[in-house]
Design a protein around this ligand. Structure first.
Ligand code: NAP
Length: 287
């Protein structure tokens, strides 16, 4: 029940109408019985500074950030975690003793299902398909896991070069190399983990796959195929990888775990991960 003492959390973005975060967080909040509500907060491009000042004035406890504000928010924060600085994007902000702090929980979210697998990551080679925003969290996550090598494959050489350079000032050191797409046939047979960070295969283009049949055939049995996409589940990439003997992980757990990590930072207590996962599955029609 919303009362006079109810505190506010939310998600900012433009648009935010499609966001699954309010449903996921409010289910968790109800389960915990805390006096908080989580709202969608549409903030247009160019209005971020005003919005943050307003959030401070009304005592908003924290918020998630989605497109287009994940980078723009950074100069407006008082404290940014090393991981968010390395990724170059903030997805979670909270109000603390020294003002607004920001971090990036996509990295924890990405790693969570991998940590459940018994693997020696120190001799693992991670192959990342795509070099956009999500690929940055994946690269930071693979570095945290301790992967020996991280290969990022993209379509455009100049964008790959910029991607590689952007990590040079980062607070984390990483074993990163970038390649254009035509190098995949050499890389795939030696990959332990292949992560699709491209939108290829996402609803409604459910019949597409980021790898061609001949590339797919090079995926070693026992490799881990991880698709950040959560609709459909499984994607073509995961279906074909499973046929090849790979272990498949879809993007739902990353979505759940980044949310759970944010909520536990705001509340200072463990988040009900099962409730959050169940709510998302229902919202996505996966249940
Ligand atoms: P983004 O910044 O737009 O990056 C997309 C990347 O995919 C770019 O490198 C782009 O290449 C590449 N790409 C796009 N179409 C391609 C194609 N047809 N063939 C090859 N490469 C292609 O997007 P993002 O924010 O990183 O998100 C990427 C995906 O991850 C989306 O499906 C998103 O839903 C998913 N995601 C999931 C979670 C989760 O919690 N599970 C979190 C974040 C993102 P160019 O740079 O050459 O254009």
């Amino acid at each position: 029940m919303i009362t006079g003492t109810t505190q506010l959390l939310g998600v900012i973005g433009d648009p935010v109408e499609h966001s699954l975060s309010p449903a996921m967080h409010n289910a968790a909040i109800a389960h915990l019985g805390v006096d908080i509500v989580y709202l969608p907060l549409p903030v247009p491009n160019g209005r971020l500074t005003e919005a943050i000042a307003g959030f401070e004035a009304i005592g908003l406890r924290g918020f998630n950030i989605t497109i287009p504000h994940k980078q723009a928010i950074m100069p407006l924060l008082n404290d940014i975690s090393d991981i968010a600085q390395a990724v170059g994007a903030v997805n979670t902000v909270g109000w603390g003793k020294t003002g607004w702090w920001g971090t990036n929980t996509d990295v924890i979210g990405f790693i969570a299902p991998l940590k459940n697998l018994e693997r020696n990551w120190t001799n693992a080679s991670a192959l990342v398909l795509g070099n956009g925003g999500a690929a940055r969290a994946v690269v930071a996550g693979c570095t945290q896991l301790g992967c020996q090598e991280i290969w990022v494959v993209g379509r455009r050489a100049e964008k790959l070069e910029a991607f590689e350079k952007s990590w040079q000032q980062s607070p984390i050191q990483l074993p990163l190399k970038t390649f254009t797409w035509e190098h995949l046939p050499e890389l795939l047979p030696n990959a332990t983990l292949v992560v699709n960070t491209t939108p290829v295969g996402m609803h409604p283009n459910v019949d597409t796959c980021p790898l061609s049949p001949s590339e797919m055939a090079k995926l070693p049995p026992g490799a881990i195929a991880y698709d950040l996409i959560y609709t459909p589940s499984p994607t073509q990439f995961l279906q074909q990888a499973t046929k090849q003997g790979a272990i498949a992980i879809d993007g739902l757990e990353m979505l759940v775990q980044q949310g759970a990590a944010a909520l536990s930072l705001w509340l200072g207590q463990a988040a009900p991960v099962d409730v959050m996962r169940q709510t998302l599955s229902v919202q996505l029609g996966l249940d």
